[in-house]
Design a protein around this ligand. Structure first.
Ligand code: AMP
Length: 540
């Protein structure tokens, strides 16, 4: 018979993260670029006081435990207060992606049954577009002071500062069940309607704790963290929670995510650690190159959301002395599920081999298990060669979608829709999305690997590879390139460059130069749009 552990059962709660941050690191700063461009600065302790004012204000509106509160906002201090005031008070924080089409935005607000929606003033046009279709929303609250309030015809708006001002800054956080819902985020939904993932307090607390580990992002009170990853998508990788657990200064960039604005903020606030999608880092590096700049304090960056090309990893590391941590995760995994890092032994490898390793998506963090399976669900070998669908399970992985009547899991594992390999030492590599992999003559070509190989060419700013229907081979790769200089027109040079890096039968059948690539709301290239545009190119 098993003995019962005699330890306290204390719930893991979002409110406890706030209390810890305010109590242990009360003087630590939160710096936030406001929608209007100015910098706002206050402490964890100020933030906690205002989050409690907000919790009081929401209670006064009559919101109940489990009520859903939406947000349409950038990374800024008022949005941070809603993270804690809403979830801490027992309600659910539903972060909405403002880059969704208004129809989809209205769909998720209605599906989630948001009763209140907080929004940044710059999203007033979006609120105007959806408000009439969101009948359950009783209050649209603009995250603003009185002076900067927008007005929207036909929609009564509440000013956030007026909303919280009358209420005291003390609040008894409810003793919630750690499995109750704290936050809700919908998948990007490139096919069909977005699906909601309801994160429990426990999932958030565990995932945020994990982000602080040295092998993950190493968040401590010695760091200044700038999350470029948006607070409206996958909880900004739980960084808004992890920084309060670890005591790190938090720098929130607001709406300005171009290379120049980020660089300026990184330098002025002495940022040491950041996190974002590869497209953001491409913009930043371009700015540094064009202006011959370097970083003074930045030493580490987390990157994920799509594959980080080796060439960019090498540049960050060798030229700018920034250590890249390449992570993998999805809406369904709360935040980071795997991350690359280099052991002491691997530090002795030649630079190029180290960058190869970081270009893979790394090892699962404690709490997360991975396996790969074939089309019949058989587990494949962890030999670094066998490719199959990546399956994941763990304490902060979705069990079922919000209000769904179908099961999300297969035998207790979540099927990710990603194709991966896993090496004997546990290093996982994403080869493709199941829908993006190119099936040529019965074999698979990894679009990600081709893109990474192309990205190493000095004239390539961005690359995307898609499979195009082909009369003989079923599908063949098409390479789309955004050039660094418009007068570079030598397609053959690109193909010869690729021949030195990938198998001959992988070489794209055609190269198309484009001015830009369509990038979706979460920083990923929209390959379905490219397929729609170029799908007929080989049969024309
Ligand atoms: P989302 O739920 O919108 O964040 O998308 C999650 C998907 O992004 C994953 O299933 C992967 O296909 C992709 N993804 C995330 N991180 C990476 C990465 N480091 N490399 C390649 N693909 C990634």
């Amino acid at each position: 018979m098993q003995t019962v552990g005699k330890m306290m059962q204390r719930p893991l709660l979002v409110s406890a993260i706030l209390e810890h941050g305010a109590y242990q690191f009360g003087k630590q700063e939160v710096v936030s670029r406001e929608t209007h461009g100015t910098l706002h600065r206050y402490t964890f302790s100020d933030m906690a006081s205002r989050a409690k004012q907000l919790a009081n204000a929401l209670k006064d509106l009559g919101l109940q435990p489990g009520s859903v509160v939406g947000s349409i906002a950038w990374n800024n201090y008022r949005h941070l207060e809603t993270y804690y005031g809403v979830s801490g008070g027992g309600m659910v924080m539903h972060t909405c992606n403002p880059r969704l089409h208004p129809d989809q935005l209205a769909f998720i607000i209605n599906h989630a049954q948001d009763e209140v929606v907080f929004f940044d003033s710059s999203f007033a046009p979006l609120v105007k577009a959806v408000a009439a279709h969101c009948k359950l929303v009783k209050y649209w609250i603009c995250l603003s002071d009185k002076a900067n309030m927008p007005s929207i015809d036909g929609v009564e708006l509440v000013c956030y500062e007026d909303f919280i001002a009358p209420f005291p800054s003390h609040y008894e956080w409810p003793d919630l069940d750690e499995n109750s819902g704290a936050a809700l985020c919908y998948t990007s939904g490139t096919t069909g309607n977005p699906k909601g993932v309801m994160y429990s307090h426990r999932a958030i607390a565990l995932s945020a704790l994990s982000a602080c580990l040295p092998n993950v992002l190493n968040i401590s009170s010695q760091e200044t963290v700038l999350p470029v990853v948006p607070m409206f998508h996958i909880n900004a990788w739980c960084l808004p929670y992890a920084c309060l657990i670890g005591g790190a200064k938090l720098v929130l960039p607001g709406p300005k995510l171009d290379g120049a604005s980020l660089y300026e903020l990184m330098e002025s606030e002495q940022v040491t650690l950041s996190a974002g999608v590869p497209t953001i880092w491409m913009g930043l590096i371009q700015h540094l190159e064009q202006n011959q700049l370097s970083f003074t304090t930045m030493r580490r960056t987390g990157v994920g959301g799509s594959a980080m090309p080796k060439a960019l990893i090498a540049k960050f590391n060798e030229v700018y002395n920034v250590d890249v941590r390449h992570g993998w995760g999805m809406t369904e995994t709360t935040a980071v599920a795997t991350i690359s890092n280099i052991s002491a032994e691997e530090m002795t490898l030649p630079e190029s081999l180290r960058h190869d390793l970081v270009a893979k998506q790394g090892k699962s963090v404690f709490g997360i298990e991975l396996k790969i399976v074939d089309e019949d669900g058989n587990t494949l070998a962890r030999d670094g060669q066998s490719q199959g669908e990546l399956m994941v399970r763990g304490q902060w992985i979705v069990e079922n979608y919000h209000k769904a009547d179908t099961q999300a899991l297969v035998n207790g594992w979540f099927p990710t829709g990603d194709i991966a390999t896993i090496r004997p030492d546990g290093v996982m590599q994403i080869r493709d999305r199941t829908k993006d992999v190119i099936k040529s003559g019965g074999e698979w070509i990894s679009s990600i690997e081709l893109e990474n190989a192309a990205a190493a060419h000095p004239q390539v700013a961005m690359a995307a590879v898609i499979g195009i229907k082909h009369p003989k081979w079923d599908e063949r790769p098409l390479l789309l390139i955004v050039r660094r200089q418009a007068d570079f027109t030598d397609k053959q040079e690109l193909l010869t460059f690729l021949e030195q890096r990938v198998a001959k039968w992988w070489i794209p059948d055609e190269v198309v130069f484009v001015d830009s690539l369509p990038v979706g709301g979460t920083g990923k290239v929209q390959k379905n749009e490219l397929r729609a545009q170029y799908g007929g190119i080989f049969s024309a």
